[in-house]
Design a binder for this molecule. Sequence first.
Ligand SMILES: Nc1nc2c(c(=O)[nH]1)N[C@H]1C(S)=C(S)[C@@H](COP(=O)(O)OP(=O)(O)OC[C@H]3O[C@@H](n4cnc5c(=O)[nH]c(N)nc54)[C@H](O)[C@@H]3O)O[C@H]1N2
Ligand SMILES: Nc1nc2c(c(=O)[nH]1)N[C@H]1C(S)=C(S)[C@@H](COP(=O)(O)OP(=O)(O)OC[C@H]3O[C@@H](n4cnc5c(=O)[nH]c(N)nc54)[C@H](O)[C@@H]3O)O[C@H]1N2
Ligand code: SF4
Ligand SMILES: [Mo]
Length: 647
Amino acid sequence: MVEYKARTTCNRDCPDACGIVATLDDGVIVKLEGDPDHPVTKGFLCYRTSRFPELVASGARVAQPMIRRNDRLEPATWDAALDLIAQKLLQVREESGPEAIFHYRSGGSLGILKHLTDLFFDEFGPCTTKIGDICSGAGEAAQLTDFGTSDSNDLFDLLNSKHIVLWGKNPKVSSVHLVPVINDAKKNGAEVVSIDPLHHKSSSLSDSSVQLRPGSDYELVMGIARVLFDTDCIDPKASEFCDNFDAFRALVHRHETDEWAQLCDVSEADVRQLAQRFAEGPTAILVGWGMQRRQRGGAIVRALDALCAISGNLFRSGGGCSFYFARRKPFRPFGAAVKHPRTIREPLLGRDLLDTSKPPIRVMWVTAGNPVSMLPDAKSVAKAIKQTEFVVVADCLMTDTARRADVVLPVPTLLEDNDLLGAYGHHWISESRPVVDAPPGVHHEVRIFQGLAKRVGLESYPQDSIDQLKRMALQVIAGQGAGLESLRRDGAIRSPLANSILFGDGRVLTANGRVQLLDEQPAEVQIEVPAIKGGASDPLWLFSNSTEKSQGSQWVGRGLGERSWIAVHPDALPGIEAGTVVCVTSPTGEIEAELRHDPAQRRDVAIMPKGGHFDRGHSANTLIAARATDVGLGAAYLDCLVRIAPR
Ligand SMILES: Nc1nc2c(c(=O)[nH]1)N[C@H]1C(S)=C(S)[C@@H](COP(=O)(O)OP(=O)(O)OC[C@H]3O[C@@H](n4cnc5c(=O)[nH]c(N)nc54)[C@H](O)[C@@H]3O)O[C@H]1N2
Ligand SMILES: Nc1nc2c(c(=O)[nH]1)N[C@H]1C(S)=C(S)[C@@H](COP(=O)(O)OP(=O)(O)OC[C@H]3O[C@@H](n4cnc5c(=O)[nH]c(N)nc54)[C@H](O)[C@@H]3O)O[C@H]1N2
Ligand code: SF4
Ligand SMILES: [Mo]
């Protein structure tokens, strides 16, 4: 036996887009490691991907097409599956128009060629599509308004920071390759602060932690800004490079510092110390995704943008307000923008689908997502999908959504994929290539849509090879040293379109080049309180955060096991022992979970894992109401109150 190594890029919905080195023995993967030559991966992988082969071997893998017959999914050939789908697509378009066909694509793979699935439905229709983005919609919309773009300084510019603020961000779990960069910055003298209602793994990275009231970041920002105004620590040029400066100052002056501090449940001393960090600088804000998944999420990110700008930290090395890295920017898009006849709002997908009429959605195609587990109000999503006349799911795994499909199409896993990747946590791009062959019953999505295009007579759909398609996507940057051959030879290449400092010249990318400061008090938020039940806890804020062992609903090995869990401060439910099975109730639903105790948490929070399976009764989204964020049609997953009671 001769061991050999093969390289690829992880395509998961994760900021890191790691370089992977697989060691194989006779075609079998014996080890997965991080690429030591990738400047961000630095030789290690996260828990969930180093143990990915366990998931593939767990029986959840779909390895050949399935068609529903007599209410059971049964194995079928590709010809039978694609013929059936083509016939249905043509029939429904003829009878009801393309608006009766809905294509839903989530981020199960971030490969750039996955956009060719959109192109198929745009050319076949245009069909109904989703709008909004449950993941980052509010934050991106906020940054587009304020800065005209949502992108970041180079990741390694953090080495020039004096202060790094992990604002609602837990990199030790959800972007592990940020951790070494933060540690190096600390060696250079940077101090790290965590601002998060929860005590979490990354609290140990931080020199200090501020556990504010859930959802009160706007008030905290205002308190910090109030100190900066009162102590003359505002950038003297701020009124020149910002619009709405007076309106923002008026918002800040609505309360004294101690009042703002009280509103966010933080000590005044902590607010003042944070202000000092911003005044001193350079201070980088690393904006997590959690807090923008609230009804005021857009306003919260706008407040952070404003704080960064007025404190003079936006245009300097070591500063910035980083929410996202523009991962698609280096690639040429496939197809042109089209007008879709109808849209379904992603955060309200269940209800919107159930409400469609004249014509109703008759065909739904799900690519790279498990909406039944992962979208809010999971019960409505499950019901709406079950009621849809014809559902196709393309996935590598038998998910809660795939189980409700009429046709399941198996696609390659991240170790079998062939694509191009950008990252939303750094500026490197790289190629993915199969390190193992996909099983014979599995087809690449490009091949699936090329086969379908032929069957439905779509002559304009590209029939090129994957390499040709990659070259098309790299057209813009190929002349700048980032063509396919270079990627293949050199591994990850930093996008030639990314500057080291995002806004180095004192101008942002809005129409007039000025930062647009938030100029309105965010609306009051109403959150439904669950009914009082005997023996139940007070209402607790439900957090459903990333956990090390899963990527969304894709769990390592046996996943969550028999039960899901819920962690609270021991005083939140006095007298009930850890390990007890409890009932968690919200105005939207109810599930059972095993109680865990964590004395480091606030007394008003409860924490569950994100991504529990719906059919096993583990999905936090059974409890979470479908509500959109203030801007960007994100999902307000975290505006959820629950009560916990013994069974
Ligand atoms: N292991 C693992 N990693 C992942 C994923 C995964 O499923 N598993 N998912 C990936 C995906 S899709 C994404 S989008 C990113 C997700 O990245 P995040 O959404 O940043 O991931 P979470 O770890 O869930 O962190 C959210 C943080 O926001 C905090 N938070 C919630 N509400 C508030 C608030 O009101 N104020 C403040 N200040 N903080 C608040 C939470 O307590 C938590 O620490 O991570 C990616 N990485
Ligand atoms: N309660 C709660 N819910 C949340 C969140 C939360 O914090 N709390 N976070 C939200 C966030 S940030 C996100 S991004 C969403 C994630 O929601 P989803 O995108 O639905 O996440 P996953 O469960 O990871 O589902 C991705 C699916 O894609 C499949 N897949 C992988 N590669 C490919 C491929 O190449 N092609 C195809 N067709 N399929 C592939 C995987 O097997 C998997 O089943 O969940 C959201 N839901
Ligand atoms: S999931 Fe993220 S951290 Fe894990 S290997 Fe993939 S890109 Fe790296
Ligand atoms: Mo996400």
